[in-house]
Design a protein. Structure first.
Lengths: 203, 203
DNA sequence: TAATATATGTCAGTCGATGACAGATGACAA
DNA sequence: TTGTCATCTGTCATCGACTGACATATATTA
């Protein structure tokens, strides 16, 4: 990897960290792009070359996670029930964070706090995730041998899976201390969902 | 009702209609608030006195619908299974539209087309609905006699219900011609959801 | 080292959104 | 009817997110 790429990755992370810290210090809304850029000695214009929008900072892990979900889903055996596959995809997102560098998991935990304090940002992640949700539905439809434009159950399966994810993440309770605690909550939520669903419903 | 209020309601609807038509003609993003205001001979500043944001236009029915959901939910018998109550709340939203004036249902159908062409706006509705979803969860928690801050199942119930709503609304298929067709789709989706869930799961 | 490719800063400009103030208009009592 | 009051509206100024264009600086490669 050349110097150029290393430098880019460095500023990318610097911007990310500066932004997250500012969000936690003074709130998301009252933090301007100018401040973030200033904190890492970069022009505001450059900020937008690394992140397409201010929101993009908050949705960083979300974007990343959806990519992982897609890959995991495609790697699961084709004859596995779709919801089971999706559940594994959800787990994969968190495993990825847990297996990452300490700095990365720290970013994840901090971002989670930002999302907690500004619930409306959670919706934005859904907004951005629309496209990925469609791709997940396409994949599930292919596995079920149906037309994604016609089959309601396919969309319901994906929607339920995403709901499970959100509940596992957002469920208030006390502040989680590490990623493993969040892993535990997601696992519990997945089990709860599987307990709530009729066996074979997604076949 | 005084002249003043009538006038306000009139401009409110005028702005709404002008905006919707412009969105359908030239797309959501390329329509400016200035254009909308100009189309009804009103200053841009006044636009923001009727609608808090450009998004607000699109989410108009959504806001309205969530209010109805809450009221319906509260009116359902306390011993009814929560998901059943929520399903009735979903139906109530559409009944309200169907029982409204023809002009109103037209607006509804047009707005639905706007949402279809700009999927990211669907996410915005979730963003705006975060607060209402919390209130729904509070109500469900009260009925189940649990603490909303502790009980995962409560949040899962609400999340599943909202998913059902979204799938019923957004499921592609062919363009619906009237509200009754959408009512049918929602009903089918609700039945599908109830078929997918284990009996008594939400008790 | 020269030539090329890419990253960054500066500048100008658009658009959404908000506060402040002044003028216009409906509501209401005498 | 008239005058007062509350409310609505337009104008102006301003902020902040975001984008395109262009020039400059910094890697990369031959």
């Amino acid at each position: 990897m050349g110097l150029r790429e290393r430098k880019k990755e460095k500023t990318r992370l610097a911007i990310l960290d500066a932004a997250i810290d500012l969000f936690l210090e003074q709130g998301y809304d009252s933090t301007t792009v100018e401040q973030i850029a200033g904190a890492v000695d970069v022009s505001p214009r450059t900020f937008f070359r690394y992140f397409t929008s201010k929101d993009h900072i908050v949705l960083w892990f979300h974007d990343q996670g959806e990519e992982i979900m897609l890959e995991t889903l495609q790697a699961r055996p084709a004859d596995e029930p779709p919801f089971t596959s999706l559940a594994h995809a959800l787990r994969a997102v968190l495993s990825n964070v847990a297996d990452s560098t300490p700095a990365d998991t720290q970013r994840f935990l901090k971002l989670r706090r930002v999302l907690e304090e500004h619930p409306h940002l959670v919706g934005l992640s859904v907004a951005r995730g629309t496209e990925t949700e469609r791709r997940l539905a396409d994949e599930v439809a292919a596995r079920r041998g149906v037309d994604p434009a016609q089959d309601r159950l396919t969309h319901l399966i994906v929607a339920f899976a995403m709901s499970t994810m959100r509940v596992g993440f957002d469920c208030p309770q006390s502040e989680p201390h590490d990623v493993r605690e969040i892993v535990g909550r997601l696992e519990a939520t997945i089990q709860l969902a599987e307990l709530s669903l009729r066996p074979g419903w997604d076949a």
